[in-house]
Write a protein that binds this ligand. Structure first.
Ligand code: HEM
Ligand code: HEM
Length: 132
């Protein structure tokens, strides 16, 4: 498995544990204020990163390495900014954190666009392998 896939999976698991921990706290306390944080840390962090790691593992050495690491960095920055700053916004209503959320959203979207580019750049090579 490529190192980048391992990195994606390890981070995904950490986000999954944090998201589930928050879900358990929400259930136990019956305080669902942080539900959007729970949802997005689990979905962008655990599910999103695991899907990306799975793709890079499937295509192996055919993956564009630098693009994959840039995808990894931006997708992580996205979760790391959106999770905590969304939490602060929901708990305190402090609108000063909104620019940080904006940067997190931008990083998330650019990370996804890099993932799309990696898929497109890998597809012809994968097709060649099948045809050969
Ligand atoms: C130990 C694991 C988990 C626990 C204890 C847990 C707990 C909860 C709780 C208490 C809520 C609030 C429900 C409500 O207010 O109606 C919730 C909502 C939600 N959870 Fe989890 N959760 C867990 C794992 C996950 C995972 C792995 C995902 C995604 C992959 C996820 C996605 C969501 C989403 C999207 C919502 C919002 C649902 C809505 O909009 O009504 N949860 N969860
Ligand atoms: C940059 C990326 C994203 C942004 C900016 C974003 C933004 C939002 C916003 C503003 C809401 C409404 C929250 C509320 O009503 O309190 C929401 C809800 C939701 N989003 Fe996202 N989202 C993003 C990515 C995703 C992804 C990738 C998924 C699924 C894979 C997802 C699943 C959901 C779900 C299930 C809800 C309803 C649960 C909730 O209210 O927390 N989102 N999102």
């Amino acid at each position: 498995m490529p190192r980048v896939s391992k990195a994606f999976f390890l981070c995904a698991v950490v986000y999954g544990i944090c998201g589930m921990g928050l879900g358990m706290y929400m259930g136990a306390s019956e305080n669902h204020t942080l539900m959007p944080v729970h949802a997005h840390v689990n979905l962008l962090g655990w599910v999103g990163l695991a899907i990306m790691g799975g793709f890079y593992a499937l295509v192996g050495e055919r993956a564009p390495t630098k693009l994959a690491w840039a995808n990894f960095a931006l997708s992580n920055i996205g979760v790391l900014l959106i999770g905590p700053f969304l939490g602060v916004l929901l708990l305190t209503g402090n609108k000063a954190v909104i620019p940080f959320l904006g940067v997190g959203e931008l990083a998330t979207v650019i990370g996804m666009l890099l993932f799309a580019t990696a898929i497109i750049r890998t597809a012809p090579k994968a097709a060649n392998l099948v045809l050969n």
